[in-house]
Design a protein around this ligand. Structure first.
Ligand code: C5P
Length: 237
């Protein structure tokens, strides 16, 4: 299936309440393919945030990064699948048993499970401080855990996209945050790349928040990113 450049752009609704989220969906829905509901908005608005996206005819990515015992993760996954979100994140480090259970629950549903490898905000020094080795090897190890458990979608930094694409295979999917158009602020992100470089490395979807949200003209910023994705896809094919 061919996915358009626009459909590959994911906008995170990292805002404090539903009113603000609805404003962003209305403003950007013709320009991005997926809206992401993450922790901030979900804590504030709960499942109404998912409905706000669906009611406006858009796809919803529920980015709750589940990490708990297998039974709790299975229950939460069942509830997310019932709401027909397009994507749901879990941490790969939750381990094989939890991941196998979740993969089974989502099989045949409208929801694609994505396993988070190593957060894009980590650099090598911070990762070492929690006892993990270099981002590339830690991410590859977690990617292997996820794919062995039947989870064929991963969240990773653009820096690891090439290596992880080889692990998930052509049918696997890479959701890539930590994307910064040239000249934009990195904020708290550490392992970043431009949209063109992320696509060239094998990314399937790009999550881009602050470079759009904080732009003087967010619609124009989203449009420029979609054009950059389209050009990189053309070069990749
Ligand atoms: O504003 P920015 O483009 O940095 O937003 C990135 C989004 O992607 C945030 O919502 C963040 O929670 C999410 N994310 C991430 N790194 C991951 C997984 C998700 O930055 N590994």
């Amino acid at each position: 299936m061919t996915i358009s450049a626009r459909d590959r752009l994911v906008f995170p609704l990292d805002v404090k309440d539903l009113a603000e989220a609805r404003g962003w969906i209305d403003r950007l829905r013709g320009h991005v393919g997926v809206f992401k509901v993450g922790l901030e908005l979900f804590v504030s608005a709960g499942p109404d945030a998912i409905s706000a996206v669906h009611d406006r005819g858009a796809r919803c990515f529920l980015d709750l990064k589940l990490h708990d015992i297998p039974a709790t993760m299975a229950g939460a996954t069942e509830r997310a699948v019932a709401r027909e979100v397009a994507f749901l994140t879990v941490h790969a480090s939750a381990g094989p048993r939890a991941l196998r259970g979740i993969a089974e629950i989502a099989r045949g549903s409208r929801t694609q499970i994505l396993a988070v490898t190593i957060l894009t905000s980590f650099d090598a020094a911070e990762l070492a401080s929690i006892g993990l080795d270099a981002p590339s090897s830690a991410a590859a190890r977690l990617a292997k855990v996820a794919t062995d458990a039947g989870v064929r979608g991963l969240v990773c930094s653009p820096e690891e996209a090439g290596t992880l694409k080889a692990i998930v295979g052509p049918e696997g999917l890479l959701m890539v945050p930590g994307v910064r158009p040239a000249g934009t602020d990195h904020g708290d992100q550490r392992r970043v790349a431009t949209p063109a470089s992320a696509i060239a490395s094998g990314a399937d979807y790009l999550v881009v928040g602050r470079p759009i949200r904080e732009a003087a003209d967010p619609v124009a910023a989203a449009g420029a990113i979609v054009r950059e994705i389209a050009a990189a896809l053309e070069a990749r094919s």
